[in-house]
Design a protein around this ligand. Structure first.
Ligand code: PGA
Length: 288
């Protein structure tokens, strides 16, 4: 496999042919091109749940055994964030909102600002999810401006990109991804608190998961894009997570792909045991 991470200052990505990933360690040769990124798993509950369901899910998550050293972020609907914050085990899980307003507080009926999330103690926000792009008309520019504003307010951002099936089939996939990424590059100055979620629209909620090869191809492409625009140091540290019909059965294989640094999970995050299994896919990654 063509390595896409840099290795001790050597850029693996620019090589035209696959190179063995060789690093010298303690007098032996290790075949690695180690990820410098911490595995990241987000659970996007979307507009699902009730008081009773959320209670049950929080209990299941608290009872689950999840690995340390993985960023695990649960994203309930706004109305349940308070309850989840009070009851979810903070040693295991962090919180994310599913959206925020493009600017600060003010006369924006129905919106929640990044400043309010920060004030309330919510450290992450998901922005640019394909459902918000398609259902709420959020353009690349709006998503990028929201991202910059949320970062300035002190939040971490899970910024979503991805192509539709028509775009993939018509050969426009990379152009679409370029547009989504370039808008972010134009607005974001500090990438240290950004996670990119590659979520092919055709895989979201459909049960049709991207193959590990399809996902790896795009993740490597996105990393190369970031490398060319932002430099190797930023691109290597940037976490690029995959979303779209991830479940407890397919997560392990996906996680072993070199440029997959975690997952954004929708449907399967609503079942505590499935989500916990997905969080444990970090272990499979560690063994690669
Ligand atoms: P899914 O959703 O896992 O249900 O496909 C993923 C997402 O939309 O983030």
């Amino acid at each position: 496999m063509l390595s896409t991470r840099s290795l001790r200052g050597v850029d693996c990505r620019s090589r035209a042919v696959a190179q063995p990933r060789v690093a010298i360690g303690r007098g032996r040769l290790d075949i690695v091109c180690a990820s410098s990124a911490k595995f990241f798993v987000g659970g996007n509950w979307k507009c699902n749940g009730s008081v009773a369901n959320v209670r049950k899910l929080v209990d299941e998550l608290n009872n689950g055994s999840v690995p340390k050293g993985v960023d695990i972020v649960c994203s309930p609907p706004f109305i349940y964030i308070d309850y989840v914050m009070q009851h979810l085990d903070k040693d295991k899980y962090q919180l994310a909102a599913q959206n925020c307003w493009i600017g600060g507080n003010g006369a924006y009926t129905g919106e929640v600002s990044a400043e309010q999330l920060q004030d309330f103690g919510v450290p992450w926000v998901i922005l640019g999810h394909s459902e918000r792009r398609s259902l709420c008309g959020e353009s690349n520019e709006v998503v990028a401006k929201k991202t910059a504003h949320a970062l300035a307010a002190g939040l971490g951002v899970i910024a979503c990109v991805g192509e539709t099936l028509d775009q993939r089939n018509s050969g426009a996939m990379f152009q679409v991804l370029d547009g989504q990424m370039q808008a972010l590059v134009d607005e974001v100055k500090d990438w240290s608190k950004v996670v990119i979620a590659y979520e092919p629209v055709w895989a979201i909620g459909t049960g049709v998961v991207a193959t590990p090869e399809q996902a790896q191809e795009v993740h490597a492409y996105l990393r190369r894009f970031c490398q060319s625009k932002l430099g190797t140091a930023v691109a290597d540290k940037l976490r690029i997570i995959y979303g779209g019909s991830v479940n407890d059965a397919n997560c392990k294989e996906l996680s072993t792909q070199e440029d997959i640094d975690g997952f954004l999970v929708g449907g399967a995050s609503l079942k505590g045991s499935s989500f916990v299994t997905i969080c444990n896919a970090a272990g499979a990654k560690a063994q690669v």
